[in-house]
Design a protein around this ligand. Sequence first.
Ligand code: 3HC
Length: 683
Amino acid sequence: MTKSPVNLEKQQSIGIITIDYPPVNALSQSVRQGLVDGIKELESDDSIKAIIIRCAKRTFIAGADIKEFGSTPLEPHLPDVVNRIEASTKPVVASMFGTSLGGGFEVALACHYRVALADVKVGLPEVNLGLIPGAGGTQRLPRIVGTNKALEMVTGGKHYSVNALSEYNLFDAVFESGSDLDQQTIAYVNAMIDNGETLIKRVGEQPVNDTVEDWDTAIGALTKKSRGKLAPVVAAKLLKRTTNLSIEEGMKLEREEFLSLRTSEQSAALRFAFGAERTAAKTQFDAQPLSVKTVGIIGGGTMGSGIVTAFLSSGFEVILIEQNDEGLKAGTDRINGNFNANVKRGRMSQTQVDGYLAKLTTSTDYQSLSECDLVVEAVFENMDVKKTIFSTLSQVCKPSCILATNTSYLDINEIASVVERPEQVIGMHFFSPANIMKLLEVVKAEKSSEQAVVTAMAVAKQLKKISVLVGVCFGFAGNRMYTRYGREVQQMLLEGASVSQVDQALVNWGMAMGPLAVGDMSGIDIGVSARRAQPFPAFDKGYFKPSELMVDAGRLGRKTKAGYYDYSNNPRGEADPVVAELISEQSKALEIKQQTFDDETIVSRALLALISEGLQLLKDGIVQRASDIDVIWLHGYGFPRHKGGPMFQASQVGKEKVSQVLSNYRASEGALIWPEVDVDLIQ
Ligand code: 3HC
């Protein structure tokens, strides 16, 4: 018989239910059963006056067990479990620490008392998984914090500190963080019993004391903000519908909505994304990461200063290297600017920032990098310059130092060729702005050691970034796919789609921005010059021609107030007939067949281009798994999280359909543009 993850213990007149179900004490079927059995047994024991629910190891219950969501719900269902806890005839006390989330918070809300360590985080993050709370969260929370606050908490899915909720009667006692929670909880419960204060406070029996004044406006605003995500809107509408209902009626409606979202495509995509992010950080390497404390960054431009800001914000010592004092001044100004923006937005206090900046030193002398554990080069994309830098690093850095380049396109094997210990060389490809964007591509070159790779991935974790391991090729995984996506977008322009039609179709589908608006923002010349450094694919006569036209016409994007859009009168950009004309003339000259486009065709073609390139990357062994590609697109390129990522979309569309559409494209444009792919690589 398998051992139950829920144990019972009696300490005089206190019954203690302990959940010990690593890693995060999620509410699997066995935990739910153990809770029900535990309450039943302790209730029937006359010597027991009060019950504590506590958790072993790292956290109080972090939620329902996400792994169970793909299969049929098993009894006892969580709503029945929480109702059973609330119905207990003996007072039940939740002893909370770590993260008490989703179903875990719902268990705590059903307890009659809640005590916690001061650094506990609580919340209902179900919307992040495309769900709503399904075990009374939408019904009990408003009875404690009011409907307005509950609306914010349920639809926003954020984690809340004790301080953030201090104005509500959520916690009956809060203990100093780091103190002995078990000891304090037992003392608290003993005092309750000794003083005869064992009132059974059932949240479900309390009234809701407020309402949202204008539900329609609130739901309208939320619908707009959610950009196609269903769960927050469903949650808000449910709160509205149930505001005057009893807990039983409210929970019945809540359960119906929860179960319907549980089988939705959006929830499947969001749950997939949750798992994919955690899988991406795993490699098959046994090597242990080196300890990294001091990091050298070469180059204080936009990218370099963002990287410095990211390292400082995570407590590393940083040495910034620039060519001269002016370069250092400009770099430190940018770093200060990044930190000031954080202070202004309330993300950091000035005292925190002062602490971070105290760990920054600057120098124009590479010798000062001699004791660094890691150096990240972030200068402009020029192979000769990078080789010179790396051969210097090879001389000045200690032998164990990891030497990383932030190049977006260049061949890291060639960079490593000038270094005495090429096994120390890797790519750490940050995304701009590096202090904000979560993605980090860790690039393993031919000779990179496993230790260098795992060290970079461990550093990424310390930086609170999501790292994905990729191999060397032009653009690595993300930018190589972005080039293929861009090619398709440009081709559609040549075939008669308008700039705003393409952008709008993709934004309506869920992309954070249209690709042409992105081009204008980052500068059309950047992509053009990177591509001009590569041989032109003669088989593709329209290859990025619209972008070439823009650059030749001096339309580089926002920085010249004109690109694919015109920014002279409107900072958000307006369609410009001149652009349409330039592209149309080019199409005629190239004799490109015209067609009419609808949104579906635009999205499908852009997506299929991504899927096709993703399958190539898998075949070439550039990425470890299809889900890694999705993580890259979710965190580096504004792919809608509730659509899971391009490869997740491929699995939704199905291998057969993908194969059929790709062969149609291959038949019309040729196998050089739409190569044969192995659709069995779709998971
Ligand atoms: N179910 C199953 N496994 C879970 C889990 C859950 N709810 N939450 C986390 N895990 C697993 C992770 O997959 C990971 O597994 P791995 O080691 O095999 O990769 C492990 O626990 C550790 O997770 P993290 O790497 O994320 O650890 P962190 O310390 O960084 O974060 C956390 C911990 C804050 C709890 C984070 O994991 C988290 O946010 N989890 C999800 C919480 C959540 O969404 N809860 C609501 C679930 S839905 C629900 O409760 C519905 C209910 O209303 C009916």
